[in-house]
Design a protein around this ligand. Sequence first.
Ligand code: NOJ
Length: 756
Amino acid sequence: MKLKVSHILALTLLLAAPSIQAQHTIPEVEALLKKMTIEEKIGQLNLVTPGGGIATGSVVSSNVEDKIKAGQVGGLFGISGPEKIKTAQDFAVKKTRLGIPLFFGSDIIHGYKTTFPIPLGLSSSWDMELLKRTAQVAALEATADGINWNFSPMVDISRDPRWGRISEGAGEDPYLGSQIAKAMVTGYQGEDLMAKNTMLATVKHFALYGAAEAGRDYNSVDMSRLKMYNEYLPPYKAAIDAGVGSVMSSFNDIDGIPASGNKWLLTDLLRDDWKFNGFVVSDYTSVNEMIAHGLGDLQAVSALSLKAGLDMDMVGEGFLTTLKKSLDEGKVTAEEITTACRRILEAKFKLGLFDDPYKYIDKKRPAKDILKDENRALAREAAKKSFVLLKNDTKNLPINKSSKIALIGDLANSKDNMLGTWAPTGDPQLSVSILQGFKNVAPNAQITHAKGANITDDAALAKKINVFGERVTIDKRSAEEMLNEAVELAKKSDIIVAVVGEATEFTGESSSRTDISIPQSQKKLIRALAATGKPLVLVLMSGRPLVLEEELALSASILQVWFPGVEAGNAIADVVFGDYNPSGKLTATWPRNVGQIPIYHSIKNTGRPQLTSEFEKFTSNYLDAPNTPLLPFGYGLSYTEFEYSNLNVNASQINQNEPLIVTVSVTNTGNFDGEEVVQLYLRDVVRSITQPVKQLKGFKKVMLKKGETKQVTLTLTPDDLKFYNSNLDFVAEPGDFEIYVGTNSDATLKSSFTLK
Ligand code: NOJ
């Protein structure tokens, strides 16, 4: 065979390629890089915000227009809408020497204008297709408003409900968290990043941000490599494997080095091991914050970050103001600056911005794509699927649509508290209050409403909560007057529905709590309502697991609704009145008290496990509380009942690299059609390192008509049996395994097999 000239050229190029990175180079980007001055390259590494969205730090950028025109900006966030974005893009494309287009970023965490439930709520649906659809709609709406880069998904594992940002993630479990990371990335980015309705996603906060000590935001993280690899890193890796375009570094330190300047994290792990070839952006001023961490002055920490593998500096402008000096002084190299710039330009290229910098700018799109009926319908579906029925012993739910209902609580008639934290692009006034939703869904019900209590009586706390808007109002009336009014209505009703819990911004960034119970003002209200003897249903709102022992005892039924988003009231009414049978399951364990934290299902046995619920001296336990949580991971009831039987595996012995097929029969034995999340937990009986008692390794959400039985199949892949051993090799060790299948992580239906 004769080689053509083009073949020879390609071969020469291939042999000359100095690194993996070089093999991925894009000719157009390389050509552009050749034309750029070092100042222009540094400009691309600068991300600014005029502070139009939610500024999450004390610094906002100044002179944004001048900086763009001077070629000192690579991307902008906090602005939206075709007109504003076009103006800013014009500054970059028409007024700078090389006309390099800008990224337009945003925090679209749970929907753009159509706000979906908070992520912890969405995760409770255990419905990956649904999650993906919410991400697709978020991308559709955001791109209609000119945005092409999203700071989502947030995949930080958290096992500490004190941490306010547990609301923003998928809870405690790495297996579920990884599936969700993948669903969100593929939802935002779609099949084709060049399309006009998809956007670049960012996995954040890399890494381990959810393990902040004592649940205090931005706090230090200290963790063994084994724990990182086995329990905290998998969701980030799943996002990388799904092709996420960018990574955001976290605020915390890891092994003593803040993530934004941590070379092991940003280069050795992320690029060399995981083969990530997108770009890394810092969190808001996280480079500058390394000064407070004690790692040097702005020039030193900026150089450290660049050398560690950070490509873009969010808001702090340490890169913009010091990198040239560091280059002149030999503290960074021109190649390091070029590499960071290349990664940013490549992402812009992949988005198609060089073909058409205005591709997301279409004045007709906002009206066509944003908040359209089908988007709101998806928000309603997502919300009702995110709710978790925590108690319903006396079957007071669902409520008959012609009942006399006392609907009590400040949260029952609030629009301000329906969206939840991190919904800066949403408009709370577009949301459906619960009172309105009840009227919409049950027009024949006799509904009376009273506030009953302030969300909190603590004025100092209310002030901190109200930083982004009036979430908590302290009534002029006395607590007693409000309480009496509610009790009078309750006495005249058939059933009480009290909407209680946290206001929006009780969770979220910089919203950690040491006391995670319902505020005292509402606790008093719940006690008074329970004392009327009328059946008491609690609709519970929160962005975290709560300590709830007293309320579980006092109420007949509890429906956990998180913060449901723009269709809140309608979705809650759908479930309360039985148009939808709840199917959500908890994705984070609910503790009995704060002293049990951190608490999660995949705990280790210890050498001295307490085997029964009885206190036994010299075993691993507490004097003043059981080891078991209040509500386990995976827990959630339905209006119907499900029975599990016939758990089988297709082989009692399997070889390495062979899958195992698990089947189980699930029967709907109750009186409603309903969905069940069938969960599979694995126990590796003997390992070379201590192992969790059980770990989630599979789940399937199935619909069963009343009386129906289905055989559900779950497949354990060879990777599901693997873990990182003490050499950090990902291996499966031969020996016995046990599997447990059931309705939550306390599942006892058991089978076993041996890995050869
Ligand atoms: C700080 C937050 O930690 C991060 O999640 C967010 O994307 C940035 N601010 C930008 O708003």
